[in-house]
Design a binder for this molecule. Structure first.
Ligand SMILES: *Cc1c(COP(=O)(O)O)cnc(C)c1O
Length: 825
């Protein structure tokens, strides 16, 4: 089945007036019969739930049709395994995709309810840390929008990523509780439960079908399904999240003996698995509970998909023709061993046949090359927790190393570098090696990243499998990040590029012909101004600071990490502050520096950087000499909903990671599509943004990845760098001596000392280049027609970063499934 339709009718179609009346009736019915309330006593939350349930009915119709169709036609399906899905809110996005935004607003309004207001009380589903989790969410929506039949598998955490408060300038973590009002989007599937075993022993012969793993402990995985609706309501994908339940929730024996704690001990231990998301970003969690989470969701997902397949086809040798399993990073890498186990131990296949099927079905996306971020697990832990899987991993490794040794040139291969077991750090399983060897295709997430994979971490494996690594540059869904988040810009785009731009975002390139049109500049400036007013209101509410919406909004929002270099940004901000104070009468480009992001709770340096930004903000924002020319804002609790408000209000996008360290970035794409200009390094997808918008329309600075590598091999003394860099010494001294922390003068001594010891992240090395790039930004801001010409050029050339394009690449080159809906051209 190819290109079923390039422009099908929306699946659900009523006359507009009819639609409002029907929605009103549906909402009222939900309120009455599902919530047991009547309109006069309903609270905002009841209206929200009723609205969601009404919208969900519309989605279910589409969902059941597309699930039925994909079963009847026996189409190949994608199974996207991810420990994280950073979804955010769903109502506005679902209504937008269903074409019901206007009708729902009207229906609610006639019932006396402000839809926009109740949308903001929907909790963010924050089942992810950052880019990796958000990518999974964008891809679920893009698969629904491009007609790729798909199931996403993950964990239904009781508590998602912590909420961040800022207290006295410091990050405070508060538990997140998105399920406290229940989750009206999901369907619990008690009937879809699987047993997940841990520990115990392995007995029997080594023959297929005669190996018995007797786990010491078993928990249930219970499925919760949510439908993700695609653009124009044509199709829906399924997000299936697993919740851990105890086999025996209560021990009556213990209870009867008065041991209340013991009575629920098994239950607590089992349910701990899906209790809380690990709040780490770019560093592996390392604890046993994390490994239990990884196996729990991987095993449940594979049992589920193998069972479905077997029920439908009655055999397993055609699994690679009917299923594509995508591993989002190494968190689900145990899928390689678990699929082997199911095929051999439960279905009696030979090792060789099982391996052919496994390798033909699985593919893996790598997200990081940072050596400290690559997952490894101690062999001893794995043997204790997953004895059968450890045997299988040893089996895979032995056969693999043996085949390499016996191949042409194999005697020259350093086997220790390709082994699935790292023998040097106390014997550990290398999860990236396991995923690589077990997959038919391995992809990086930007052109630079995929090349670096071949040259660094995976170089030895790449020599053995030179065809295995490929690139699919990340993408973002334009529905959430443009159509929903920036309706003003969207309607301007529809006027200039035609209505079709919402169906095929790449038509946005028609905008380029109008890049110099003063009338368009004026219209876009007015849209941006409105977006900035909205953000300014939130800034005032959350921080008490009043900002001027005519100033440049200069934004860095992302997880706080040394490699993302918020420290570089705030140090340069201090230099700018000093410069403004020493020449207060110059016509400085007025700026609002906006930061937001969470630090992992155990990442001390990242927390110190948050503290520094907040301390600098206090000093700068209270200084009357700088007034409206410089403000520094740290917006607490960055999440998807915050991003949706901040990005459409940004003039300048800070993408300043140390070159070679940001695999792709997706924040960069969201900003550029919304018309912010990028100041950034030649890293990740910034490079590809630059290639598309043109070197004149992006402010690139700093060392290249190759220069960073060289500088690390032969580091220049930091004292020399500091001495050669104007302004830097003064800035560092001021921070170190407590100019921004007068009540605790030593607060940042360690942070600055760290920079003086080693400039691993090139903060000192790149400082001057960054500062000069910022002054070029100032000059450009003074020339607004040129600024807007560049802004339009950015929007016009960033349609390619749509998740639809990325999904089509995966579908064609990796999964070998046809996308139902082709892009119009
Ligand atoms: C897009 C997004 C990210 C990723 O941002 P980067 O700048 O690529 O690190 C992280 N968190 C949220 C909430 C996002 O929307």
């Amino acid at each position: 089945m190819t290109e079923t339709a390039s422009k099908p009718e929306p699946a659900i179609h009523f006359e507009p007036d009819d639609q409002v009346e029907r929605l009103k009736a549906e909402i009222t019915k939900k309120l009455t019969y599902s919530l047991g309330k009547n309109a006069s006593v309903a609270q905002p939350h009841d209206w929200l739930t009723a609205g969601i349930l009404a919208a969900r009915d519309h989605i279910v119709d589409v969902w059941q049709r597309s699930t039925r169709e994909s079963y009847q036609t026996g189409r190949k399906r994608v199974y996207y395994l991810s420990l994280e899905f950073l979804i955010g809110r769903s109502l506005a996005d679902a209504l937008n995709n269903l074409g019901l935004t206007g009708a729902m607003a009207q229906a609610m309004s006639e019932l006396g309810v402000d839809l926009a207001a109740i949308e903001t009380i929907e909790p963010d589903a924050a089942l992810g840390n950052g880019g990796l989790g958000r990518l999974a969410a964008c891809y679920m929506e893009a698969m629904a929008s491009t007609g790729v039949p798909a199931l996403g598998y993950g964990i239904r955490y009781d508590h998602g990523l912590f909420k961040q408060r800022i207290d006295g300038g410091k990050q405070i973590e508060v538990p997140e509780d998105w399920l406290s009002f229940r989750n009206p989007w999901e369907f619990e599937r008690r009937e879809s439960s699987y047993k997940i075993g841990f520990g115990g022993s392995v007995t029997g012969t080594a023959k297929p079908g005669e190996v018995f793993w007797e786990p010491e402990e078993t928990v249930f995985a219970v499925a919760y399904d949510t439908a993700i609706i695609g653009w124009r309501g044509r199709d829906a994908t399924t997000l299936r999240l697993w919740r851990a339940r105890a086999m025996h929730p209560l021990s009556l024996d213990a209870f009867n003996q008065g041991d209340l704690v013991g009575a629920v001990a098994e239950r607590n231990r089992a349910e701990a698995i899906s209790k809380v998301l690990y709040p780490n970003d770019s560093t592996p969690a390392g604890q046993e509970l994390r490994l239990r989470q990884e196996f729990f969701f991987t095993s449940a997902s594979l049992q589920d998909l193998v069972r479905r397949h077997y029920r439908q086809f009655g055999k397993l040798d055609n699994l690679p023709d009917k299923a594509a399993i995508q591993l989002n990073d190494t968190h689900p890498a145990l899928a390689v061993a678990e699929l082997m186990r199911l095929l051999i131990d439960q279905h009696g296949l030979s090792w060789e046949d099982a391996w052919t099927i496994t390798n033909g079905t699985i593919s893996y996306t790598n997200h990081t090359l940072l050596p400290e971020a690559l997952e490894t697990w101690p062999v001893a832990l794995m043997e204790r927790l997953l004895p059968r899987h450890m045997q299988i991993i040893f089996g895979i490794n032995a056969r693999f190393l043996d085949a390499v040794r016996r191949s042409a040139g194999g005697e020259n291969v350093d086997l220790s570098s390709i082994s699935l077991i790292d023998e040097y750090h106390g014997r550990r399983v290398r999860m990236a090696h396991l995923a690589f060897v077990g997959s038919h295709t391995v992809n990086g997430v930007s052109a630079l990243h995929s090349n670096l994979m071949k040259e660094t971490v995976f170089a030895p494996l790449h020599r053995i499998f030179p065809e295995r690594i490929t690139n699919v540059t990340n993408g973002i869904t334009p529905r959430r990040w443009l159509l929903s988040a920036n309706p003003g810009l969207t309607s301007a785009l529809q006027d200039v590029c035609g209505e079709g731009v919402t169906d095929d975002i790449e038509q946005i390139r028609k905008l380029a012909q109008h890049a110099r049109d003063p009338a368009l500049h004026e219209r876009l400036a007015s849209i941006r101004h409105d977006n900035k007013l909205k953000l300014a209101k939130i800034i005032r509410q959350d921080t008490g600071v009043v900002v001027d919406p005519t100033a440049m909004f200069d934004v860095q929002i992302k997880r706080i990490h040394e490699y993302k270099r918020q420290l570089l940004n705030i140090l340069e901000t201090i230099a700018l502050y000093d410069a403004i104070r020493s020449e207060p009468y110059r016509d400085w480009a007025p700026r609002v520096k906006i930061f937001a992001g969470k630090a992992a709770s155990n990442y001390g340096t990242a927390k110190a950087i948050i503290n520094l930004i907040n301390d600098v903000a206090v000093v700068v924002n209270n200084d009357i000499t700088t007034r409206d020319r410089l403000k520094v804002i740290f917006l607490p609790n960055y999440n998807v909903s915050a991003a949706e408000v901040i990005i459409p209000a940004a003039d300048l996008s800070e993408q300043i990671s140390t070159a070679g360290m940001e695999a792709s970035g997706t924040g960069n794409m969201k900003f550029a599509l919304n018309g912010a200009l990028t100041i950034g390094t030649l890293d990740g997808a910034n490079i590809e943004i630059g290639e598309r918008v043109g070197a004149d329309n992006i402010m690139i600075f700093g060392m290249t990845a190759a220069e960073v590598e060289a500088a690390r091999l032969a580091p220049r003394p930091t004292s020399e760098i500091i001495a050669a860099t104007p302004h830097l010494e003064g800035v560092l001294d001021a921070v170190a001596d407590g100019a921004y922390s007068p009540r605790e003068r030593d607060r940042y001594r360690g942070l600055v000392e760290g920079l003086r010891v080693s400039d691993w992240f090139m903060v000192l090395n790149d400082f001057e280049s960054y500062r000069q790039a910022q002054r070029r930004v100032d000059a450009l801001w003074a020339d607004q027609p040129t600024w807007w010409t560049k802004s339009i050029t950015n929007t016009a050339h960033c349609g390619w970063f749509s998740a639809d394009r990325a999904i089509r690449e995966y579908a064609q080159r990796i999964w070998h499934v046809p996308a139902g809906y082709a892009a119009k051209s």
